[in-house]
Design a protein around this ligand. Structure first.
Ligand code: PHE
Length: 361
């Protein structure tokens, strides 16, 4: 049973402050219970271990130390999350299909970039911000509605690039890539973010797939200018900690990070990198197919939220396996839901009960 008050960064937040009657509120109880868990602040948790290792990397490679923030409140204004980083008014990430709204002006941050502008305004020029971030999304082994990011920002002044023969943007691009190129098999992909230009994604190869672990780029001048920095250039990155931790520790499923099972937690007791996770036996999955007619307002994220609300962490994957449109233009979808417990074998009956109970509610 979840506590109805959580403490984050010295602030006490009651459930009613987050899960409310407000017409724009779409934060379910299951998400509220994740606030204040702060996996990234546990030294014996893979996410905390990874954070500490990256801190060390930055301390070793940069003489002027990066300032570190890991206790900034995840409940932020729409302005901080979107406007301050130049996300256009009609950008999809603002929709309530993608983002958790507490009310029309307040969200659960969907990225740690939500803190860029505030920290620049405070005068910070080198910083790392680590925290839990929240996104409505589909369900599979590498997606979970709560995950952890680390934001890095490095602001340069004319002195920095003046002695090199390249312009400010090329200088920041080169420094950024050199800073991040490292141990794992990886590739750079050009991409678009409203707040950086040029923008790149870093992908790593894992479980036969290229996985995006990091977005980055040279910060838009407009953001620096609005924070009172007119002569500077800067790079910024946002690193997804779960996915990198999955690769480094051989963790096969993103739900494991939330496990309190001793067979998981005890394996990281040393608080060190280099440990390979030894899976405890995988229990058999239970599959259920479900077809239904969809209306124009149907979205997969909404379906996943309903499934997660009923099944919690028993749901492993929700996958569209068939779609068909009849002569009248009506479309039906068939989804295959994979249920699997990390701790025990599930019975067909209990999953039927679970699904029927959900339908009755
Ligand atoms: N905020 C972006 C995301 O969450 C990542 C990013 C951070 C990209 C900083 C560029 C610069 O996807």
């Amino acid at each position: 049973v979840a506590a109805s008050v959580v403490e984050i960064g010295g602030l006490k937040i009651a459930k009613e402050d987050v899960v409310r009657d407000d017409p724009t509120n779409n934060v379910p109880d299951a998400i509220f219970t994740k606030l204040g868990m702060q996996l990234h602040r546990r030294d014996k948790h893979p996410i905390g271990i990874l954070k500490n290792a990256i801190y060390e990397y930055f301390d070793k490679n940069y003489s002027n130390k990066f300032e570190k923030f890991d206790n900034l409140c995840p409940i932020v204004s729409v302005k901080a999350n979107f406007d301050d980083v130049l996300v256009p008014a009609d950008h999809v990430s603002r929709s309530d299909n993608d983002t958790y709204y507490v009310d029309s002006q307040t969200v659960l941050r969907c990225h740690t970039s939500a803190h860029q502008a505030e920290l620049l305004r405070r005068g910070c020029t080198h910083f790392l911000v680590t925290g839990d971030v929240y996104r409505r999304d589909s369900i599979d082994s590498t997606h979970y509605p709560v995950f952890h990011q680390m934001e890095g920002v490095h602001v340069f002044s004319p002195d920095d690039w003046g002695s090199s023969r390249v312009d400010a943007t090329s200088y920041a691009t080169q420094d950024l890539k050199a800073c991040l190129e490292g141990a794992v098999e990886m590739r750079w992909v050009d991409t678009y973010f409203p707040f950086t230009n040029p923008s790149f994604e870093l992908e790593i190869f894992f479980q036969e797939k290229w996985l995006e672990v990091l977005g980055c780029g040279v910060m838009e001048q407009e953001i620096l200018k609005r924070s009172g920095k007119t002569d500077n250039s800067a790079w910024a990155f946002g690193l997804g900690l779960e996915r990198l931790a999955m690769v480094l520790f051989d963790i096969p499923d993103i739900r494991l990070f939330w496990s309190t099972d001793e067979r998981f937690t005890s394996q990281f007791a040393k608080g060190e990198l280099g440990v390979k996770f030894k899976p405890f036996s995988k229990f058999p999955p239970c599959y259920k197919d479900m077809s239904f007619w969809i209306s124009d307002s149907f979205t997969e994220n909404n379906l996943c939220e309903v499934v997660r609300g009923i099944a919690g962490d028993l749901v492993e994957e929700v996958r569209l396996i068939d779609s068909f449109t009849n002569e009248k233009g009506m479309t039906s979808h068939c989804y295959r839901i994979a249920y699997r417990s990390m701790e025990r074998s599930l019975t067909d009956e209990e999953i039927n009960d679970l699904q029927n109970h959900g339908i009755v509610c």
